[in-house]
Ligand binder design. Structure first.
Ligand SMILES: [Fe+2]
Length: 310
């Protein structure tokens, strides 16, 4: 089935691709995707180390710092960030230990995660319809939003919240890798029809970026709570009860990054915050507003952050 709409550009008609996949088609599409995902890179070593350290009570921040500074791209990004106008340090910083003191260890870990994931996947993401840089900005903002949110509600969640926020939409990279033209059609349809992108993906691919990201999460053997954030952030009710806080964190992070208009996640419409965010995390509307304004204050830092890892 096809429909025609006017695009934003005048006199330009574009066909909306609409498919009606049967359940059998969906199963075989997903099977094909699982085979193709084997060609995506394995988990970035640095991400693996950071996750392992954060789940291991015996490992120290010192061990992690020593590992991080051995990575040239990460060290370069840390130095670039420490020398940025945002930190306003009066003299040029060329010593990595000094740079770490200036930007803080938590930010160093965030830089290490972003550089390793970005380097691993950025060349897999090609899109005519989708502004890739704006997408990375959205994901960094979601990481920050998740971190700010859980610091207010649940310290237990906080060590992984940044990763959950950062990776929640990683399935969009996977869909683009699987079939960039289909992914562009889904993005186009979402805008033209004012529908959620994940619904348009489901119509075209037979599954959405949550499922695609879940497949990458399995390939990377990510911890189940990080995978839950990826797989259920638009469908919290489907998440197993014991992982629901993680799915809610990802959902809220996405909402907050979108409502603060950081970057772009592909569809511009702001969906309502799921009521479970407030009941399960036990927060009020005031807390949500506080997180929003704290996130807004980080706008310049996030922009610098993005520049430092390019
Ligand atoms: Fe999403």
């Amino acid at each position: 089935m096809f429909g025609i709409v006017m695009s934003e550009r005048p006199f330009y008609l574009r066909i909306i691709k609409m498919t009606n996949l049967s359940d059998d088609d969906k199963i075989s599409e997903k099977r094909r995707a699982i085979q193709k995902i084997e060609f995506l890179p394995t988990i970035p070593v640095m991400l693996q180390k950071i996750i392992a350290t954060s789940y291991d009570p015996d490992s120290s921040a010192q061990d992690l710092q020593e590992t991080i500074i051995k990575d040239q791209s990460i060290s370069a990004a840390i130095l670039k960030l420490a020398n940025s106008a945002y930190y306003g340090y009066p003299r040029s910083v060329d010593d990595i230990s000094r740079a770490i003191v200036i930007i803080g260890f938590k930010t160093v870990v965030s830089v290490a995660i972003c550089v390793s994931v970005f380097k691993s996947l950025s060349d897999k993401f090609n899109s005519q319809e989708f502004n890739v840089e704006e997408f990375w900005k959205h994901t960094f903002a979601a990481g920050e939003a998740a971190k700010i949110l859980v610091q207010k509600v649940d310290q237990e969640l906080s060590s992984h919240a940044y990763i959950i926020g950062l990776l929640h939409d990683i399935g969009k990279v996977v869909l683009s890798f699987l079939n960039s033209s289909n992914f562009d059609d889904a993005v186009f349809n979402a805008r033209a029809l004012n529908k959620p992108l994940y619904r348009c993906e489901e119509e075209i691919f037979g599954f959405d970026h949550q499922a695609a990201g879940g497949l990458l999460g399995d390939r990377w053997q990510l911890p189940e709570n990080i995978v839950a954030g990826i797989k259920y952030h638009h469908n919290i009710e489907a998440c197993p009860e014991h992982l629901q806080e993680d799915a809610i964190t990802a959902h809220a992070a996405n909402y907050l990054a979108k409502s603060a208009k950081f970057g772009s996640s592909g569809d511009e419409r702001l969906w309502v915050l799921h009521p479970l965010v407030k009941t399960k995390l036990n927060i009020t509307s005031e807390t949500v507003n506080e997180v929003k304004s704290e996130l807004d204050k980080k706008r310049e830092e996030i922009n610098m952050f993005l520049e430092s890892i390019e």
